[in-house]
Design a protein around this ligand. Sequence first.
Ligand code: C5J
Length: 300
Amino acid sequence: MPDVKAEPYPYTFDPATTALLMIDFQRDFVDPGGFGEALGNDVSLLRKVVPAAERVLRAARRGELLIVHTREGHRHDLTDCPPSKKARGRLKTGIGDAGPMGRILVRGEAGHDIIKELYPEAGEPVIDKPGKGAFYATDLDAILKHRGIRHLIVCGVTTEVCVSTTLREANDRGYECLVLEDCVASYFPAFHDAALQMVTAQGGIFGWVAGSGSFLKALPRASRSDTRRGSRPASLALTALTGATCRLAPGPAASGTSPRARGEPGAARRGRTPALAPSSPPRRRSRRRGGSSPGRCRAG
Ligand code: C5J
C-alpha cells in the first residue's frame, strides 16, 4: 500500500478505497470578477493553487480514483438556505441576489459552477451542498460508503471554511483524510496556516497534511487493486504502462452527469451540473485504445 510523506506521520492508503474530494472550486470563489472578489477578497490567493490541484485531478483520473466534486449553493427559491445564513454579514448583495456572475450561490448560475480548469468529467459525482460541510444534507456519505471508500484526499477552498468543516465531518464518520496543503487555499493566509496546523495537532486529530508532490509520488499510475476490479485485461495493463488515457466521447450520460460532459452548448456558462444519484455508481472512462471506442486517446 502506498505511503505518503506527510505530517504528523506517513499517510498510508489503498487506492481502491480512496477518493479525491474537490471542494467548492467555484467561479464565484476563485475567478476574478466573481462574488469573492466583489466582497473585496484577493482571489489570486485561491487561483494560485489551481495548477497543483489540476495535476492532482489528472493523476487521480489516470489512477482511477473515485473523484467527487462539491459546490456550495442553494435552490432557486432559497428554501434550503437558513435565514441566518442569508442575513449573516448584513451584505448589500448576498445569497440569492444578482451578483457579477448571476445570482449569488444559487444552483445553475454561472458563478456557482466549477472553474474550467477543474471541471468535472462524465461519471464524476458532483455534490450540491447547502452548507459549509459536504456531508450535511447531501448524499456524499452514501456515495462513498457504497463504493467502499475509507480514505479521502482533500483539495479545495476555502481552507478554514468549507475544507475544514468537511474534514471534521469526514473525520467523525471514520474517514482517513489527507489534506494537500498546496491544493487548498484561503483569502486569509493566517487562517489557512492555522487551519492546517489544527489538522495535524495532537498526533493528527483530524488527519494528515502533505504537499501534492508527495501524494503524486506515492500514487500508482493505474491503482485500482485487482481484488476489487477482477483481473485486468491486457489492454488495460498496456495502457497503464504507457500512460495513455482514452476518453469516451460524451455519451448517454447517467442521470445527473454534467451537461457540459454531454456536450450541451452553453452548459458551462449556464453552470448546470446536477448531482449524480447515489444509486448510479460513476461510470468509468474507457481505457481501451482504438477498436470500436468512439473516444479520443491522448498521452496522460
Ligand atoms: C467555502 C465560504 N467554500 N468560504 N465557502 O469555503 O463561504
